[in-house]
Write a protein of this length. Structure first.
Length: 305
């Protein structure tokens, strides 16, 4: 490993030692276990970017633990658990559209916002209440996707409450070298039409070979793949990916031409959802002669929306 030693004025080999560090954040002393790099030649401390990043990460973890704040990985788990994007979830919560984006980028939430996110993570019933109350703020496709994910999360909760023996008994009846429909399959088939699903016939699978968790995931995956909503979801996800790419192209074009654009300009571009407007703005970004002219154009777009 090589790093630059200011004392030796050269690239040198270095070694790393752990060290208990202290940082004052918002008037509070936070202790955390970080790392320090030392020059092999003169033994003086040297700067290594990777170690700095590691120490910042450990400091962030220590502060969040000290204040009982939600972590970035837990916020990511919320999005995965409820199959929802960061912008739609921000809208459901009545927050700014980019609030969750900032939290995922490392900004630390307030205790109030953190507690709300923790409640969502741990309580699908609260998430369901929030979704129904504010469903008018998000697209219908996002509403339906999250509704299905919430139902799935509730089912997981029921399985966690039951004993493992009960789960295994269900599994033994499910998909055991038989063409008969098991009680669990009957239950799935009776509930599936409510979500627009068609439950496929299940292949033979021995409970000695497959765990209850695996079979649960298999059934849900097969139900999703046979849902009439599936192609619509895929199409919507592709459109969102193209939309986000085009927004980035606008921002990158402006920064390449003018070196700098304001935070408000960037945030407004990122908030646009109309594909036609985004495409036109990209054309204008290429042709505009000044960032001021482009910002005037954005003002016109705002007034038209």
């Amino acid at each position: 490993m090589l790093g630059f030693c200011e004392k030796c004025r050269d690239m040198v080999e270095y070694y790393v030692r752990e060290k208990v560090m202290t940082k004052n954040i918002k008037g509070k002393e936070v202790n955390y276990k970080g790392k320090v790099a030392y020059c092999d030649e003169c033994k003086s401390e040297i700067f290594v970017a990777e170690i700095r990043d590691y120490n910042l990460m450990k400091l962030d973890e220590a502060f969040r633990e000290e204040e009982d704040l939600i972590t970035v990985s837990e916020i990511e788990l919320i999005l995965e658990k409820y199959d929802i994007g960061k912008r739609p979830l921000s809208l459901l919560l009545g927050w700014g559209e980019l609030t969750l984006t900032r939290y995922l980028d490392g900004d630390i939430p307030t205790k109030q916002y953190s507690d709300t996110l923790k409640e969502i993570l741990n309580n699908p019933y609260y998430m369901k209440e929030l979704l129904e109350k504010n469903k008018g703020k998000i697209k219908d496709i996002a509403y339906r996707k999250t509704s299905v994910a919430i139902a799935d999360a509730k089912a997981d909760g029921l399985f966690n409450i039951d004993s493992i023996n009960k789960i295994d008994n269900i599994v033994k009846y499910l998909l055991v070298n038989s063409s008969d429909i098991t009680p669990l399959q009957q239950q799935a088939q009776s509930q599936a039409p409510l979500l627009g699903y068609q439950v496929p016939s299940q292949p033979s699978m021995s409970s000695d070979r497959y765990s209850s968790t695996l079979i649960q995931k298999y059934v849900r995956r097969e139900m999703l793949m046979n849902s009439p909503l599936f192609e619509e979801w895929v199409s919507e996800e592709r459109k969102e990916a193209v939309r986000d790419t085009n927004k980035k192209r606008i921002i990158e074009t402006l920064e390449l031409k003018f070196d700098f654009i304001s935070k408000n300009t960037r945030e407004y571009i990122e908030s646009i959802e109309d594909d036609n407007i985004i495409n036109r703005l990209f054309e204008k970004a290429i042709k505009t002669v000044s960032v001021e002219d482009f910002e005037k154009l954005l003002e016109k777009v705002k007034n038209l929306q």
